[in-house]
Design a protein around this ligand. Structure first.
Ligand SMILES: [Zn+2]
Ligand SMILES: [Zn+2]
Length: 366
């Protein structure tokens, strides 16, 4: 097959053929450390996710901002460390594509380069410097931080996939084709995800600007002890807690989005589900099925271990669990095809998760 040197390359990268796949078969294959280094570079996005709208302007440098506050993490730390899945490219490549649970210092745990100094301090003081009463503003800021992190991550993935385009150097034309096809399939999905997250983030920004917190739905549960697992995540729920399909990721319409935060103080904790009114359809039902589950501790740990890598565990608790509990949690974390059941009987102790404060869904006004 002949391709014009100045025509767009067949792989879909958007570059000219001569600048992209021309002669690639004869190029030297990348050495193993080259891909790892370029993956790590692609992941280094520095950007304040709050910059576009909030009343005060960005100031100070972009910092490593916590997505589970340090003041919560310190309540489950042992000698300043917690246990968390290591998802860095270096570690996953070393471990055959699996994320391994490892100790991490709480100054690094849950950190992303997604806020400037000023905004990181200002926006979250409402629950970091004040007692948690599940006020509208506190719940909103928790959810806001979650969606900022998810959007930031998706931007990283997009960066990553353009970096990956070059990794078929030195391969046969057939391998190049199937490699680029796979990449196109992945980025297609990622682009819908990016579009949906941008749409939701814009809605969160509007709510924030106008302080119309009545658009926010929150279901808050109280936990009678410091939860040994803390996490912050936002996603498009695809199955309810009965295992019934409620959304399809392949759907071309904007999917409903929910955030979940679980965190704690010295002797108690909170589990907060939040979404905006335009996600009522899916999220109200999702939370209703959670509310009916027999063992809320097993249910939430099952869910988080499957959907959330932003997960921090008390080392003492982790060590005290049976090997079967630890391996089930690890297996769920690495279950990228979502083949395991939505709720698994893991055999962990009950944390006494009870209703604290619920705000029923109303009529969407978006
Ligand atoms: Zn190309
Ligand atoms: Zn900022």
């Amino acid at each position: 097959m002949k391709y014009g040197r100045n025509e767009p390359c067949w792989c879909g990268s958007g570059k000219k053929y001569k600048k992209c796949h021309y002669n690639r078969t004869r190029k030297e294959k990348p050495r193993i450390y080259e891909p790892i280094n370029s993956l790590q570079r692609a992941l280094k996005v520095m950007r304040c996710m709050a910059s576009t709208h909030v009343p005060s302007a960005c100031s100070g440098r972009i910092i490593g901002a916590h997505t589970v506050s340090r003041c919560f993490l310190k309540n489950i730390a042992e000698n300043g460390h917690v246990i968390s899945p290591n998802t860095t490219p270096h570690s996953t490549i070393k471990n055959n594509g699996e994320s391994i649970f490892e100790k991490i210092g709480i100054n690094k745990a849950s950190v992303f380069n997604g806020f400037c100094q000023t905004h990181d301090k200002q926006l979250f003081a409402v629950f970091e410097d004040n007692e948690f009463h599940a006020t509208d503003e506190q719940c909103f800021m928790l959810a806001y931080r979650s969606i900022c992190r998810e959007l930031y991550n998706k931007m990283q993935v997009n960066n990553l996939s353009s970096t990956l385009r070059d990794f078929d150097k030195g391969e046969s034309l057939i391998t190049q084709k199937s490699f680029q096809d796979t990449l196109n399939q992945i980025t297609d999905g990622a682009n819908y995800g990016l579009r949906d997250l941008i749409t939701h983030k814009n809605n969160y920004d509007k709510v924030f600007q106008n302080k119309c917190y009545s658009e926010l739905r929150s279901y808050v549960y109280e936990i009678n002890r410091t939860p040994p697992i803390m996490a912050s995540v936002g996603f498009f729920p695809c199955k309810d807690f009965d295992g019934i399909k409620i959304q399809d990721l392949r759907d071309k319409k904007v999917l409903d989005f929910i955030s979940i935060n679980i965190f704690g103080l010295k002797d108690k904790g909170y589990l907060v589900f939040s979404w905006l009114s335009n996600s009522d359809n899916t999220c109200q039902h999702f939370v209703d099925t959670f509310d009916k589950t027999r063992n809320k501790t097993e249910s939430i740990v099952s869910l988080l271990s499957q959907y959330c890598e932003n997960l921090y565990i008390n080392p003492q608790w982790w060590d005290s669990q049976n090997e079967s509990v630890r391996s089930s949690i690890s297996a769920r974390l690495n279950d990228h095809m979502y083949e395991r059941p939505i709720i698994e009987t893991l055999g962990i102790d009950d944390w006494n998760i009870s209703n604290f404060n619920q705000k029923k869904a109303g009529t969407p006004t978006f």
